[in-house]
Design a protein around this ligand. Sequence first.
Ligand code: 5AD
Ligand code: SF4
Length: 421
Amino acid sequence: MNVRDSEHIIAELENKEDYALTDKADEADLILINTCSVREKPVSKLFSEIGVFNKHKKDGAKIGVCGCSASHLGEDIFKRAPEVNFVLGARNVSKITQAVNEDRYISVDIDYDESSYAFSEFRNNTYKAFVNISIGCDKKCTYCIVPHTRGDEISIPAELIVDEARRAAKRGAKEIFLLGQNVNNYGRRFSDASHQKMDFSDLLEMVSQIDEVERIRFTSPHPLHMDDKFLEVFAKNPKVCKSMHMPLQSGSTHILEQMKRGYSKEWFLNRALKLREMVPSASISTDIIVGFPGESDDDFEDTLDVMKKVRFEQIFSFKYSSRPLTKAASFKNQVPPEVSSARLQRLQELQEKILDEISKEKLDKEYEVYFEEKRGNGLLAGKSDNNTLVQVEGFDEWLGTIKRVRITNPKRLSMYGEVIL
Ligand code: 5AD
Ligand code: SF4
């Protein structure tokens, strides 16, 4: 979502103001830092980055802090770093043109409704297009700061989403990547009650009607809202890529309750295994937090148990990080950092073992790969329908096309192969 917010900011500055991108910080008239605040580390990094930019920037260049850390730190940023010229929250992206023209501008309002705001167009990659379908999040997971930085969830009207997807596809983006904090809750609330009632499954069907769109991906769905209708559309619609992100967070029903995730270990396993049965070729990725307050050894074993049963193709794993404004920050029984570190290590070792087995099975398998970038190593890189990263030797003309590839060298994080001509 931050990548897309950055694209929106760039578009506004290029089209409505007189800015152009540069990758040389010492030549820039404006330096923007788009921030995350989901864990503590990126927040501390922010202030060291401001210091570095301030030292190297040219005279008179402005520094702006955008995104979730801007939302939750607000005025404090000016106090801790007086060299910052403006602060723009994650839900206030459209005000960037004001921010660059006023001194000490600050906008971190989360009531502000940007749900029907049409931004100018800019995309980092012409072959795939991120499209926001909702902003904010209505869940109140007890560890998570996002509802405080991005505000309540509002769905963007389907006509706007389809229009944006159509425009991007006409310019060469065969792949549309739908974005939201909780995509399969789409349609629960629009800014204006007159919008057509529909859910995420309906939206997937609508986007798939666009002729030029060949692939649709989305992130993140919530396991709680993975009803049968959703799984069926996922399984049957040929344009919907067969890779699902299912953020588990914890395998222990007790911890899931403490996290207020709204599902149990059994529900998660039921949905994941049903998905495996309906679409055997699908890959499943997940997010896991270890060391949530009160997590016992047994709770952690439950997480490992789910990993063994589902055999995720990809895991993003994190040590719990206590965040301001969240309920869990005041929970008793915080887990000692050395216990969390040991658990994270065990989790990652198990996952490496599973991944080694999964990747070995991919030798000689064939995939339809959509080539989307040329890497620094000179190879063309793309994704299979089920999200396997594949690299091959090839020609630049292959970018933006789908080709059949045989895997010749499967590695844990990327497969190497050759195009079958
Ligand atoms: N500590 C650690 N990880 C967190 N996440 C969200 N909040 C926290 C936190 N306080 C993780 C979740 C989420 C991902 C984007 O970041 O796993 O799915
Ligand atoms: Fe945070 Fe939970 Fe919303 Fe995801 S669903 S953004 S973890 S509150």
